[in-house]
Design a protein around this ligand. Structure first.
Ligand SMILES: NC(=O)c1ccc[n+]([C@@H]2O[C@H](COP(=O)([O-])OP(=O)(O)OC[C@H]3O[C@@H](n4cnc5c(N)ncnc54)[C@H](O)[C@@H]3O)[C@@H](O)[C@H]2O)c1
Length: 343
């Protein structure tokens, strides 16, 4: 029996999900929801979806989907995910999860009350090389991890679209839109240690530049999110993490990545590999298998649908999702208050 599925949002990410979902034998894409009529019509035509809606409630009442993919702007994630759970669907929510920790707790409560499954659009977790790296760490081969570093951004490039530069629509800038991917992957590979505190600074460089590189639908004076951020996170296990994000970085060959420092060596994300120190020499070890973004999105759906059908667990747990969100919202609170935030 195919899984009756509805996609919310017909933008860049909604279409990325549809590209994969329509190819899957056990999925029927039954509805598409987006209030922007031209976007909905064009996507419905392209993906042969007969039922389109401008709002989620009418869709849930008519279609009763078993699986809902929330790929709308962040400010709608909580209300839509909760509505979908209340209607009995299993839900994948795109990153970042929602606008606040209160909303995150409400999403979790709705899923538990409905007895339905949850996952998130963190498809770096479906990268085979990172999975091999995660297993390597879980086996203790890097020794005790005492520090990690994660960074992400773009080379002089703001993200596309109408929302990402506005805090009231997107929660934040480079951290929640871009760094969130390698941050989540690193956090998961580390085995999800409990965060204790965060201390951060953020900066908005765009509106201070003589020739700001704008490739979004808006003007410089509408920008209310950070394009640079730096943070230091302490974990209960005594380890630390440094986080850096920059949408306006100068040319570099490594705009996104992470490093893991352990007592026995170091793990890296770019062509995932480790360098083990045996006292005399460094022994490199590569995790060669690579996976593309589209394949990772496909695997994300395959794994979640398998969990819906009773095979295995969803890839992202509420504990992990809420802790990643806690680190990011704590980062913004710390930057605003000018001091360390203790959880
Ligand atoms: N996992 C990833 O790799 C990845 C990549 C890009 C974006 N995203 C996430 O996906 C989400 C959407 O981003 P995007 O890049 O597709 O943005 P986008 O601007 O391209 O598309 C958003 C779409 O949502 C529609 N929309 C607005 N209000 C809505 C509502 N109330 N209900 C339903 N649809 C509504 C808009 O009309 C638009 O078509 C965001 O949370 C973003 O962070 C994830």
């Amino acid at each position: 029996m195919s899984i009756k599925t509805a996609v919310i949002g017909a933008g860049v990410m909604g279409k990325c999900h549809l590209d994969q979902l329509i190819q899957m034998d056990d999925v029927e894409v039954a509805a598409l929801v987006d209030p922007h009529e031209p976007a909905t019509r064009a996507a419905a035509e392209k993906y042969h979806i007969s039922a389109t809606y401008g709002d989620i409630e009418a869709m849930l009442t008519d279609i009763h989907p078993e699986y809902v993919v929330v790929a709308s702007p962040v400010r709608y994630h909580a209300v839509q995910a909760i509505a979908a759970f209340n209607a009995g669907a299993h839900v994948l929510v795109e990153k970042p999860l929602c606008m606040s920790m209160e909303e995150a707790a409400a999403i979790k409560a709705a899923a538990i009350k409905a007895g339905r499954l949850f996952t998130m659009g963190f498809q770096m977790r479906q990268h085979r090389g990172y999975r091999a790296l995660a297993e390597f760490l879980a086996e203790g081969k890097l020794g005790q991890v005492y520090h990690s570093r994660v960074w992400g951004g773009h080379v002089m490039n703001y993200p596309w679209g109408r929302y990402f530069h506005k805090k009231e629509e997107s929660l934040g800038g480079v951290v929640v839109a871009t760094v969130v991917h390698p941050l989540d992957a690193l956090y998961w590979i580390l085995g999800a240690p409990e965060p204790m505190s965060v201390s951060a600074s953020v900066f908005c460089k765009l509106n201070k530049m003589p020739n700001p590189p704008i490739n979004f639908e808006g003007t410089v004076d509408e920008v209310s999110v950070e394009d640079f951020a730096h943070a230091h996170v302490r974990f209960v296990d005594g380890s630390s993490m440094s986080i850096e994000g920059n949408w306006l970085m100068h040319p570099t060959q490594r705009s996104m990545g992470f490093e893991i420092h352990g007592l026995l060596g170091m793990g890296r994300s770019i062509t995932p590999h480790v360098e083990l120190e045996d006292g005399k020499e460094i022994i490199p070890h590569e995790f060669k298998e690579q996976t593309g973004w589209g394949d990772q999105t496909r695997l994300e759906h395959e794994e979640f649908i398998a969990a819906i059908q009773g095979h295995g667990k969803p890839m992202v747990s509420f504990r992990e999702a809420l802790n990643v969100h806690k680190i990011m919202t704590g980062l913004y609170d710390s930057a605003e208050q000018g001091c360390e935030v203790v959880f």
